[in-house]
Design a protein around this ligand. Sequence first.
Ligand code: COS
Length: 381
Amino acid sequence: MSQPITLTDEQRDFRAVVRQFAADKIAPLAAETDRTGEYCWPAFRALQSMELTGLSYPVEYGGSGASLVDQAIVTEELAAACASTSLMFLISKLGMLPVLNFGSEEIKQRYLPRIVSGESQASYGLSEADAGSDVASMTTRAERDGDDWIINGSKVWITNAGISDLYTIFARTSADRHAGITAFIAEADWGVHIDKLETKLGMKGSPTGVIRFEDLRVPDSHRLGEVGEGFKVAMHTLDRSRPTIGAQAVGIAQGALDFAIGYMQERTTFGRPIATNQGLQWMAADAAMKIEAARNLVYKACALADEGDPRDELSMAGAMAKAFASDVAMEVTTDCVQFLGGYGYTNEFPVERMMRDAKLTQIYEGTNQIQRMVIAKHLLG
Ligand code: COS
């Protein structure tokens, strides 16, 4: 594996700016967003006004050309304030990675500037009701019709469904399990129907839905990669996105621990702050250790992606970062609820929201059991 990475002074300064922005503009909206379960447009507009929607896109499409490490820094700071907002920051990048890495120049010119400005948002249409972990079992199909493809089928667990106007869609173009899948990019108003929005445990400010295509006509120019290359496009994309889910998990955990530490220093029982209890001190120390270890795995995986993955390590490093960080987030946020006692269990304090939000990071972009399969495959073949 590559060397551990240290942030540059510029990255530390950037982190401080984003931390202040998140505290001022995002954190105040978090509780209400969680309570109403509505997409928080003021938070999205704030990201836009800070030019964060274009952060990690190449300068030739109007973006800032920032690295994946930079993207992780922003994700962590946003997630510490509001996990749903960090997801609205991440989701279009997931949807656009296949365009960036496999789209034609014409397609990049057409869509990336819209994403950078925040005029458009994108979703990732991979999972199906019977093909979640087992991607290659998908049944959504695309059939060639002259210069177009006609897509029929449905996708589930689609983050940002109904908000996004662009959808990356993976569809079966032949019966070959892996080599029979092809990727496309489609615009919502060509016929992407929203069938259902889920009611979820957490991450409530980010809509998750079922989308359906009935004879959705997509020009061949909107194919991403070669015919039959879609499974690899999907995996290549997830390899470059999972580290940022790790960053989100680190942010949620850090946000909860920071809040709990403040609380423990204020809250007195038996005539002294509860922070003076060694039992709680050791739990807090364990939490801080685990968060730091997770953060380092995340930075390392992001740095590998930025280097272009020269030694074919990213798949495993990304899986490690995502699984470890999200397990840490679940553990730490659960402990933070415990630190606050009964108050931690109420929505007057943010830690119960963070605990509910953390749960999703163990599930999406591949369950942590799938991440362990990916790691084991790299270890054992
Ligand atoms: N990058 C490029 N190619 C990859 C790859 C990767 N990360 N992982 C696998 N491949 C290739 C393999 O090399 C193999 O290629 P050949 O057929 O040329 O040999 C092909 O893809 C099939 O690989 P494999 O046999 O490992 O595929 P499986 O069907 O066993 O699936 C897992 C592997 C389980 C890892 C995959 O389906 C997966 O990641 N599932 C979870 C999906 C997920 O994260 N869903 C969340 C949706 S987005 S919110």
